[in-house]
Design a protein around this ligand. Structure first.
Ligand code: C2E
Ligand code: MG
Ligand code: MG
Ligand code: MG
Length: 291
């Protein structure tokens, strides 16, 4: 409030805030202008079908190309955008950009059947439904080619509005996925209450597979549960061949992680699609796997 009352108060406020506060205020100001200045960018991380080696989808992950600070990762600006009321605008930009990009890929004959977009809990509102419809209409993308990644927190807010919003999204024909599965304060009942298509087992579980038999058993149980509920399962954060082997042997069909690729700019995804970059790697990896 002080900062709106004039120059002197502004300076006073600044010195009281300290250097970290000043830095944060600058980031906020910069972030408010980042979209119009063309500084936001999506990177894409391939999701690989372990049976065919096909890249069946890509997750869009937002980055901020800051003119002075370079590429800023989402954990440094998404929370700020949420706090200053900018997340819907930012999220909507991402939604449109991801749809535009995939439609462009498809128009060029590149084989990629879907793109996943992360949603903040604060974006879940009736307005989201029209934003999604508009992104699909603008891009001409088929609704089934768009997947929205939700967090367990969204499922757990308990409000009827959330149920209605997610059902409306489902009615449009987009896919709904639960991100970071198993890390939230969750009640499993939401898995049947909401119209979900996919479950993404969190990276932390994948990392723990090798640590103990109990951890490995938990991962196997999550995969079995997803399969029996007819939810597609994506394992994320897969970095090693032994993680791959364990996951696929226990029925995980789609793998996302540094084992195949980090998130890359759209231009770098194109050769991966054209050259079917993971075919050989999948063949090699599957030699050790008893499906
Ligand atoms: P997420 O949706 O769970 O995305 C997966 C994160 O794990 C990404 O980090 C990805 O780069 C990283 N990752 C994938 N495979 C591996 C691996 O094998 N090893 C390791 N160490 N990391 C791996 P990133 O891009 O920094 O994104 C972090 C989080 O920021 C995302 O987690 C998501 O929650 C959020 N985020 C990203 N883009 C958006 C967005 O457009 N909107 C919203 N609301 N949140 C976003
Ligand atoms: Mg995600
Ligand atoms: Mg995740
Ligand atoms: Mg996450």
């Amino acid at each position: 409030h002080a900062k709106k009352q004039g120059k002197n108060n502004y300076l006073f406020y600044d010195s009281a805030m300290g250097a970290a506060g000043v830095e944060r205020l600058r980031l906020e100001t910069d972030l408010r202008r980042a979209i119009e200045r063309g500084q936001m960018v999506l990177h894409y991380q391939p999701q690989v079908d372990t049976h065919t080696g096909n890249i069946i989808g890509a997750e869009a992950l937002m980055r901020w190309e800051h003119p002075e600070q370079g590429l800023i990762p989402p954990y440094k600006f998404i929370p700020i955008a949420e706090e200053i009321g900018l997340i819907s605008q930012l999220g909507n930009w991402g939604l449109n950009e991801a749809c535009r990009q995939l439609a462009e890929f498809q128009a060029r004959g590149l084989e990629l059947s879907r793109v996943s977009v992360n949603l903040s809990a604060l974006q879940i509102s009736p307005m989201l439904v029209s934003d999604v419809e508009s992104a699909l209409a603008q891009s001409g993308l088929d609704a089934s080619a768009l997947e929205l990644e939700l967090t367990e927190g969204i499922m757990m807010d308990g409000s009827q509005d959330t149920v209605v919003t997610l059902q409306s999204l489902k009615n449009i024909g987009v896919r709904l996925s639960i991100d970071d599965f198993g890390t939230g304060y969750s009640s499993l009942s939401y898995l049947t209450r909401f119209p979900l298509d996919e479950l993404k087992i969190d990276r932390s579980f994948v990392m723990d597979i090798g640590k103990s038999q109990r951890n490995a058993n938990l991962v196997a149980a999550i995969i079995a549960m997803a399969n029996s509920l007819n939810l597609e399962l994506v394992a994320e954060g897969v970095e090693t061949g032994s993680q791959y082997q364990f996951l696929t042997e226990h029925g995980a069909a789609i793998i996302q992680g540094y084992l195949f690729s980090k998130p890359v700019p759209a231009d770098a995804l194109i050769p991966m699609l054209k050259e079917r970059s993971f075919d050989d790697q999948i063949r090699q990896l599957n030699r050790g796997v008893a499906f």
